[in-house]
Write a protein that binds this ligand. Sequence first.
Ligand SMILES: *Cc1c(COP(=O)(O)O)cnc(C)c1O
Length: 225
Amino acid sequence: MRTIMGFITENVAKIKFQLPSGVMLVAATKTQDAGAVREAISAGVDACGENRVQELVSKNALGAYEGAPLHFIGHLQKNKLKQVVGICELIESVDSVELLHLIDARAKQLGIVQNVLLEINIAREATKTGMLPEDLPQILDSAADLDGIYVKGLMAIPPISTVEGANSRFFAHMYQLFVDIGAKKYDNISMGLLSMGMSGDYMDAVREGANSVRVGSSIFGQRKY
Ligand SMILES: *Cc1c(COP(=O)(O)O)cnc(C)c1O
């Protein structure tokens, strides 16, 4: 008998087959409804990544993310901190020192430690948020003093890649930062997660050392806004 798998289930299976073991598959769930998110979780994605607070709140109320850790992967506005800190297992997209301090303060209010990644603007794009590599030493020094947060690694969103290998130098640079920081000793910081690579380039990212990829359209199909 032939089993007919759903489109999402089949896509997740294909991607998981390609990824080396130990690489985390985060489903980028923006614009997807609760049913689609649930199918991706049953198919075995390791986490869901949401990048709009409003969507996160409404899907979370429907129980859409049950069974998988929830990550925040979008630009987090100060006035929306409360809907994310303590709700998401990991905030991947901390793009400023100010945000780091605000998350720390909110986490302390809640009596928790919030796991975060530092988002690096690795391609130095003026249109993108994120920290610049040369600012990292100073940022890490201040992060080490914040015991309401725990920095678990780095994240990057290079330009949308259309050609294989187009982002490989950015991924390689990220890996170098990840290894260099990991070799130093800081309080509240350990380099365990390197989150980079999306539908167009996740295998390039993995080849350069990513151990977590964020995939949307290759799981769910083209997004409809
Ligand atoms: C949407 C999104 C992704 C996934 O993009 P696809 O190209 O659809 O795989 C990854 N990371 C972030 C931060 C996103 O917003």
